[in-house]
Write a protein that binds this ligand. Sequence first.
Ligand code: SF4
Length: 189
Amino acid sequence: MSVRKTVLAWPVLRQVLGNDSLGRGSAVTSPATEAIQPRTVTADKVVRSVCPYCAVGCGQRVFVKDEKVVQIEGDPDSPISRGRLCPKGSASEQLVNSPGRQTAMLYRRPYGTEWESLDLETATDMIADRVLQARDQTWQDVDDQGRKLRRTLGIAGLGGATLDNEENYLIKKLFTAMGAIQIENQARI
Ligand code: SF4
């Protein structure tokens, strides 16, 4: 590279001599930056979704390449968030692709010292068995004066903030139908 070309490439000279007097655009863009493309440009398709992190339910655009999620951005068409995502929502691509993501059911037996992997069917059956057993053992049909209760204090629901409105609605319906009255969520919807 000639000395003249090197000197003219200095950002301060490009700022003074070029059309980027504030030094916020072309004057300070490096060749490396100019050479790269955003992942949103090279994606095969875009799928609309909802951020899974909290009950606000911001709209997302999920960019997919070779059947793999490569980027997630705010959806400008969402009436809720109008293209915006908070830092957590902006980082939700990591929720999908993180190498630390757990993809198996983990179970630690009573008195066990190690986690075991279970398949989904086995884990679901174990949960169902325990719910039915707890409900049977703690069911209260009437109080001591014969007034109807039809409830159980042996089951409680505690949801995390990654549950969205629809999931919380269904969980509330399910637990109430089972007779539970202690139903709570981190986001207190
Ligand atoms: S975590 Fe952030 S981006 Fe996601 S729904 Fe909640 S406010 Fe929106």
